[in-house]
Design a protein. Structure first.
Length: 135
């Protein structure tokens, strides 16, 4: 349990940094996508901004538990296992959620693609961290 919690917290810190970096990269490279965040589909209340910063820790702790349960199924090298873990996460959780969001909320396909890429990166980075800390 200690390995799960510690690796989950470390991954949460790294994912938080990745999320913030991704936000700034999106603003810098794709300003038209960044403008969409000011649309009516998004809640811009500042009292809920902490939810954004807690999100990577929730994901990383859940993925740490998932890793501990299924790491024996993944084979290959350090990099291969991390990438495979990220892709499994993407196709089991991220893709179906993006499909649902695109069908139910007025967001552009471009925005969903950025979220999907971030989700894949979160899964891969988490997998690499878990592989290193909890092999």
């Amino acid at each position: 349990m200690k390995k799960i919690m510690l690796s989950g917290i470390v991954a949460g810190i790294v994912l938080l940094a990745l999320s913030v970096l991704g936000l700034y990269v999106t603003i810098w490279l794709f300003p038209s996508i960044a403008e969409q965040y000011f649309g009516p589909a998004f809640n811009t209340q500042s009292n809920r901004v902490m939810i954004y910063y807690i999100h990577p820790f929730i994901i990383s702790l859940a993925l740490a538990w998932f890793w501990s349960r299924y790491k024996g199924v993944l084979t290959g090298s350090f990099i291969t296992r991390g990438i495979e873990f990220g892709l499994i996460y993407a196709f089991i959780a991220i893709f179906p959620m993006m499909w649902l969001l695109y069908s139910a909320i007025n967001v552009s396909l471009e925005m969903l693609v950025t979220w999907f890429v971030l989700g894949i990166l979160q899964g891969i980075v988490s997998g690499l961290i878990f592989e290193k800390m909890n092999p």
